[in-house]
Design a protein around this ligand. Structure first.
Ligand code: NI
Ligand code: MN
Length: 226
């Protein structure tokens, strides 16, 4: 499983010959100018919630194409009206696709589209197949519900956690989240895009390191393997 950071909370996951893009916010992000949206060619979009910084490029990538949007029912319905294909789910449910099993898990946040349409409940995803198991937290506060992930999913190889604070948990809380989900290997995201979520990256790595954990922070376009 190869995971490429596309900036902010956007990821490209390549697994079992399938290209999965998470929360595409690329063309509005000047920091992601090195990412060519045409090169992404996703088969699947995983969308955690309806905020603009998570869905900005959905129609560009999926409208009128054979791209499957996996998200909550409100979000797949919304994009269904914009000529996108969807597989609607809800919190606590899992479904096995030919490229992996997805479980939609709780996130403590909000979810409305930029046009004001109700976007259902925000979520995270646990994605697993024979190549590995990854938790993508989405935008969330630290919540004890994260312990349910350790209790109800295969053991995680990587936890992708927001660390930018202000809109989500910050990196200090993300250390606790890493404990709750039972995974010491963390990829940080949702930081530095905007001034209010700018972080001291060396300090964040130090806080993880002193807890015996690894915090990976990728440059935009850089990848890691699970
Ligand atoms: Ni959000
Ligand atoms: Mn966000």
């Amino acid at each position: 499983m190869k995971i490429t950071f596309l900036g902010h909370a956007s990821l490209l996951i390549e697994t079992k010959g399938t290209r999965i893009v998470v929360d595409p916010f690329i063309t509005p992000n000047p920091k992601a100018a090195n990412i060519d949206i045409e090169s992404l060619r996703p088969d699947v979009l995983l969308l955690t919630h309806a905020h603009g910084d998570h869905v900005a490029d959905v129609e560009t990538l999926a409208a009128g194409k054979e791209v499957l949007i996996v998200s909550n029912f409100e979000i797949t319905t919304y994009f269904g009206q914009k000529n996108c294909k969807g597989h609607g789910m809800n919190i606590g449910g899992k479904f096995t696709f030919d490229w992996g099993t997805v479980k939609m898990v709780n996130a403590l946040h909000s979810s409305a589209f930029p046009d004001g349409t109700y976007g259902g409940n925000p979520a995270g995803f646990v994605l697993w197949n024979e190549e590995g198991c990854v938790y993508i937290a989405g935008d969330t506060a630290l919540t004890k519900d994260m312990e349910l992930i350790a209790e109800s999913c295969p053991s995680l190889d990587l936890a992708v956690l927001p660390i930018g604070d202000n809109f989500t948990m910050g990196y200090e809380d993300a250390v606790h989240a890493s404990d709750y989900v039972g995974c010491d290997r963390v990829l940080g995201y949702h930081f530095d895009t905007f001034e209010v979520i700018a972080i001291d990256k060396a300090k964040a790595k130090e806080v993880f390191g002193s807890a015996g954990k690894e915090l990976a922070l990728l440059d935009i376009g850089e990848s890691l393997e699970v």
